[in-house]
Ligand binder design. Structure first.
Ligand SMILES: O=C(O)CCC(=O)C(=O)O
Ligand SMILES: [Fe+2]
Length: 258
């Protein structure tokens, strides 16, 4: 069966052997890129749908630690846990993405979900139970960036919609911490923040599907350069049903709770 909007000739996501090969690549490299996963027509529609929302995106314009938590005053301001980085990009939430969007069609497609579950090696994957967090579109105009961080979700799936002229580079260091064991990897995080350990970069084009283990990989996106806004979709899934972000997290990320 084919999935509308997807290039299944190059990416036979229904084949178990293809999914297993993808899983191995994700495990070995900490990241996986499926080139030209979305069809050109789907990308064109997503660009046309997304561009008008740039002005209504929410720009938190805040600083945060790499763990995306409140600071811990007991540790003091110089501690790696409390070091602040800047994120200036904006985003729109799931409830601002149209019912007719190719993004929604793919996100909800059972074949796509079964493939993602196989690649990340879980039984089933689930959308967020809140109305905002499942599909997000990010906007980074000239000078805007996403600071170093670890994701809340165990894995992240992104798709670049519109590439900037320059900048907007995705940098990452895979497997820095093991969130499952509560290890915060302070020494290594400190070295990366100080520029003493150099990250890897991933280069991808509009329509490519990108998967990485963002909960344990420290990653950032460098400032956009030039007049073209970097636009990127994030598909978020959980390995348990019923997960919702807290009201305070929703307010931080989206400026609202519903
Ligand atoms: O913009 C990107 O390429 C990565 C986005 C990301 O890391 C995030 O949304 O947490
Ligand atoms: Fe991230």
């Amino acid at each position: 069966m084919s999935v509308t909007h997807l290039n299944m000739a190059d990416h036979p996501i229904e084949d178990e052997s293809f999914a297993v090969a993808c899983r191995r690549r994700l495990e070995t490299d900490g990241a996986l890129i499926l080139r030209q996963f979305f069809t050109p027509d789907a990308i064109d529609k997503v660009v046309r749908d997304s561009a008008p929302f740039e002005g209504s995106a929410f720009y938190a314009g805040s600083t945060h630690n790499v763990y995306l938590t409140e600071v811990d005053p007991d540790l003091g301001p110089g501690h790696v846990f409390n070091r602040q980085v800047a994120s200036s990009k904006g985003l729109i939430a799931d409830d601002q993405i149209g019912a007719d969007s190719p993004l929604r069609a793919v996100y909800e497609n059972p074949i796509f979900r079964a493939f993602i579950a196989r690649v990340v090696d879980v039984e089933t994957i689930h959308p967020y139970a809140d109305a905002l967090s499942s599909i997000n579109v990010h906007y980074a105009a000239r000078g805007m960036e996403l600071g170093w961080h670890f994701d809340n979700s165990s894995f992240a799936i992104t798709m670049l919609v519109q590439a900037p002229e320059r900048g907007g580079i995705f940098e990452y260091v895979p497997g820095v911490r093991t969130a499952a064991t509560g290890d915060n990897a302070y020494p290594r995080v400190g070295r990366i923040l100080d520029g003493k350990e150099h990250p890897m970069t991933l280069s991808f084009d509009p329509g490519d599907l990108v998967m990485f283990r963002g909960r344990d990989a420290l990653h950032r996106v460098t400032p956009t350069q030039g007049d073209v806004t970097r636009i990127l979709v994030v598909f978020a899934f959980n390995d348990e049903p019923g997960i919702r972000l807290s009201d305070s997290a929703l307010t931080t990320f989206y400026g609202r709770t519903a």
